[in-house]
Design a binder for this molecule. Structure first.
Ligand code: MF3
Ligand code: CO
Length: 259
């Protein structure tokens, strides 16, 4: 599929969507503490709607399941992924945060037709040293990926920088879930791999808008999908952390739209 390049005007609109994503995180941050359930964090929906936007994950059906599928569309406004859940955790009144947990929150919304998408992993109270190392590494992996998002670089360099740092710190990178282009749609070309793939020779161009959203695991990179069709867990039950930004490529470097 061809990549659609965005004009400065369109990037401004994407930035407005990204700002609202960030503001939603600031609201949720206040609620993240031991005792709250992930269903309660789905109050993000009200905040998003009251600001003239709509959630984009709610009701989402992956392309591979369009037509007939026994699996339901995504039911939540946010993804809430605790500890060994890598991504796409469904908000639930049964999932209560405990001191020492980590929770990945992913927010996607559409404002005036344009998408903003970001993810952040939060510590619930104090976490142990190895979990702190995981969080710091996952954030650094995102930063290093962003640093490579320069006009003229291949997309391979983004994934290579991420994988190199993760493995240097003793962690692994999830393969099955990727970053993605976005604009009026949540998922557009290009696909952003978070690992080194020699065939990934597509050049980064000014006007591209995409996410980088590496999922970094303490143990194996392998994943398991729950029978709910959404919840993705590490195969070994060890922890996973994710940070994501939406960014636009300019001639002078990447512009973070969700910072
Ligand atoms: N940030 C993830 C993505 O863009 C979240 C998708 S959740 C889903 O792929 F419900 F929309 F699948
Ligand atoms: Co995304």
């Amino acid at each position: 599929m061809p990549v659609t390049l965005k004009s400065p005007k369109q990037i401004e609109l994407l930035r407005e969507a990204g700002r609202l994503v960030r503001a939603t995180f600031e609201v949720l941050r206040e609620h993240i503490r031991p005792g709250i359930t992930t269903a309660e964090l789905d109050i993000a929906e009200e905040y998003i709607r009251s600001h003239g936007a709509e959630p984009v994950y709610k009701g989402y059906v992956p392309p591979s399941r369009r037509g007939w599928s026994p699996l339901p569309p995504f039911p939540g406004t946010i993804c809430a992924s605790i500890n060994e859940v890598i991504c796409h955790g469904i908000p639930s009144s049964k999932d209560r945060l405990r001191q020492g947990d980590i929770i990945g929150i992913d927010i996607g919304l559409r404002l005036n037709g344009w998408i903003g998408d970001a993810c952040e992993t939060f510590a619930v109270g104090q976490v142990d040293d190895s979990t702190r190392h995981l969080l710091d590494t996952a954030r650094k992996c995102l930063d290093l990926g962003i640093e490579q998002a320069q006009v003229g670089n291949t997309l391979r360099l983004v994934g290579a920088a991420i994988q190199h740092h993760a493995e240097q710190e003793g962690f692994s990178v999830v393969r099955e879930y990727t970053g993605h282009g976005l604009g009026r749609n949540l998922h557009e070309d290009p696909t952003i791999l978070h690992y080194d793939e020699p065939r990934n020779t597509r050049k980064i161009m000014a006007g591209m808008v995409f996410t980088i959203e590496p999922m970094i695991n303490v143990g194996t990179h392998e994943t398991r999908l729950d029978r709910d069709g959404w919840t993705v867990r590490t195969a070994d039950g060890r922890r996973s952390a994710q940070f994501e930004h939406t960014l636009a490529i300019s001639a002078h470097g990447p512009i973070l739209l969700t910072a």
